[in-house]
Design a protein around this ligand. Sequence first.
Ligand SMILES: NC(=O)c1ccc[n+]([C@@H]2O[C@H](COP(=O)([O-])OP(=O)(O)OC[C@H]3O[C@@H](n4cnc5c(N)ncnc54)[C@H](O)[C@@H]3O)[C@@H](O)[C@H]2O)c1
Length: 277
Amino acid sequence: MRILVTGSSGQLGAVIASMLFKQHSVIGADLAPGRFTSRIGDISDSDFVSSVTKNVEIIIHTCSLHAPHLKTHTRKEFIDINIHGTLHLLKSAIDNGVKRFVYTSTTSLYGHAMVSPKKAVWVTEELMPLPRDIYDVTKIAAEGLCQIFAAQYRLPCVSLRVSRYFPESDYFMAIYRLYRGVDVRDAAKAHILAMNAEIETYDVFNISSLSPFSREETQDLYKNAPQVITKHFPVAENVFTKKGWKLPKRIDRVYSIEKARAVLKYRPENNFDLFLE
Ligand SMILES: NC(=O)c1ccc[n+]([C@@H]2O[C@H](COP(=O)([O-])OP(=O)(O)OC[C@H]3O[C@@H](n4cnc5c(N)ncnc54)[C@H](O)[C@@H]3O)[C@@H](O)[C@H]2O)c1
């Protein structure tokens, strides 16, 4: 198949393209050069978008300004790239008879809805987003565009609300895998599952690592997280102590991936237990 991957020089886009290029004809589009980027250009430029979408069957749209750009880019730039860029791609998808559109969204858009004074928030796709900043606003708007194009033009669209995969210290990478982080390879695989899923109009999924916690544990996670973690992983405290780390005292949210597991058959492989090993 001919697949357009936007943001193909970025962290996620490059991993998706690397997983696809042996079996498919991949067109990588990005502002910056990269191993999997064949077309350099700006997705807020509608002519560039028209030219890269010719004869394409699937679009995987990862490119975006995101959290690190809040300090360096204006709100207008966020709107131009994240909203207008997505709109150009959706319009071109219709013009070119694209069969499926996969949009990389973010769990960040739940924003203030992830704050509770009493218990960890159990974050499913049903939780109403409460944006904190222009990044969240533009990702919500872009999801909305996918939704209306799916409804009006019968273009099957999937939004993946991906959790955090920034390269950071081993400590944070380990604890985030318990409740609010993912390995970029698992996030990339979710895009390929979404690309192949039989979704006729529009759907949205959280994509994160496999959390050991359940909805019944949200109060205990907020009051005494080490106790709950030790219940699931009796060796965790010992492993953490050996590294000079402490288990987090409080866990404030858990990203639920139940829907992606059920519908997309998403099975993340790089979870907290791998860090313990
Ligand atoms: N990094 C995370 O932890 C994280 C978490 C959740 C969701 N996401 C989402 O994942 C997606 C990919 O993020 P990433 O971490 O790979 O980011 P990245 O910054 O590594 O890659 C983004 C790529 O997009 C390109 N780009 C930016 N503006 C462009 C434009 N106008 N035209 C063409 N290309 C442009 C950049 O050059 C870059 O190569 C984004 O949609 C982001 O919102 C990221």
